[in-house]
Design a protein around this ligand. Structure first.
Ligand SMILES: *Cc1c(COP(=O)(O)O)cnc(C)c1O
Length: 338
């Protein structure tokens, strides 16, 4: 076993010992297969390769201060995977099957769970694809559910630092009645172009607006949006936003910190009124946003170069639960018996 430099890991694929797989055919899921093979053999006419019948999840396992290994809200990922599968007419793994497979994967890759204190964690990537060979566009009754994992480094290596993002109206990530509320690969395909342009110009993220009118804030490319104003945690409500589990958890933590929580349509004009703005998701928990640049109006929204008080408090509170430093009063974590 090589020596992994945990602190130097980024968010990249890193080969681990095993991945787990299930095949769906003849109306039922087969048994779990544990393999060290990183590849899969697939028909060139598989539906996922042509019509985007692909969906995924992302969650982490943390080695805590007490040495225990915990998954964060895997049941929520299971439920969301099921809703994505339902939307793409793919077979739905049960919640139990999902959570048990995550646990087995973590156990089998014990050597790849970063030690406590490195800031690194084990990222789990469940994916579900329609693998039936077909040519016509239709629902398929053959699928593969695979979960692999990769140790990933701390998102902010030199401590939390506000990011810069752009508002881009040229491309939308999802339509009002499209697939924005489920975690499917197609949403990412449509966000690549604007993401690349943002990166070329020195911005790390894109803030998308509602695609019907471009009047309301939706979310960042792979993270939900929140703003803090006068003791209130405000996050957009829309039919085309992915329901982030981090955001859901932060709403509870915000309440616990004495903030009021509002989940409602958030007009673009409100950007001028926020004291703090952040992007939230599993990868970073919170990425504080220091600056937002509107590509069309060239307006700059400045939230300062320091991490805001509430962003910091919420981040610490969530990480304390994930790393077993604080009481998990809502039973969000699931311990993996190693
Ligand atoms: C996965 C994802 C998020 C973050 O969700 P978490 O459950 O918090 O990781 C936010 N937005 C989009 C578009 C996503 O795909």
């Amino acid at each position: 076993m090589e020596n992994i430099e945990w602190g130097k890991l980024g968010f990249n694929y890193y080969k681990t010992a095993y991945n787990v797989r299930f095949h769906f055919a003849d109306g039922k899921w087969g048994d779990m297969e544990v393999t060290d093979d990183e590849y899969m053999r697939m028909h060139i006419s598989a539906a996922c390769l042509h019509y985007g019948l692909e969906l995924f999840e992302g969650l982490k396992a943390f080695r805590g201060e007490d040495g225990k290994v915990r998954l964060f809200r895997p049941d929520e990922n299971a439920k969301r995977l099921r809703s994505s599968a339902e939307r793409l007419c793919l077979p739905m793994p049960s919640i139990e099957m999902f959570v048990d497979a995550c646990k087995e994967l973590v156990r089998r890759n014990a050597d790849f769970i970063p030690p406590y204190g490195t800031g690194a964690s084990l990222y789990l990537r469940p994916m579900l694809i329609g693998s039936k060979a077909c040519l016509g566009v239709k629902a398929v009754d053959e699928a593969d559910f695979i979960i692999f994992c990769s140790p990933v480094g701390p998102y902010f290596k030199e401590g939390m630092k506000p990011i810069k993002a752009v508002i881009d109206r040229e491309q939308d990530r999802s339509a009002p009645r499209g697939t924005g509320d489920v975690k499917v690969g197609g949403n990412y395909a449509s966000s690549i172009f604007s993401g690349e342009r943002a990166h070329r110009n020195g911005y790390s993220n894109v803030l998308f607006l509602d695609s019907a009118k471009h009047e309301f804030i939706e979310e960042f490319g792979a993270a939900n949006f929140f703003g803090i104003r006068q003791g209130c945690y405000i996050t957009p409500k829309s039919t085309s936003i992915l329901p982030s589990i981090t955001n859901k958890s932060l709403r509870q933590i915000a309440l616990d910190l004495g903030l009021e929580v509002q989940e409602r349509p958030v007009a673009l004009e409100e950007l001028d009124t926020f004291e703090e703005v952040g992007a939230c998701g599993t990868a970073a928990v919170i990425s504080p946003v220091g600056q937002l640049y509107d590509l069309d109006t060239q307006k700059v929204y400045d939230y300062g170069s320091e991490v805001g008080e509430y962003s910091r408090k919420m981040y610490d509170a969530l990480q304390d639960i994930q790393y077993g430093r604080a009481k998990d009063k809502y039973n969000w974590t699931v311990e993996v018996e190693m």
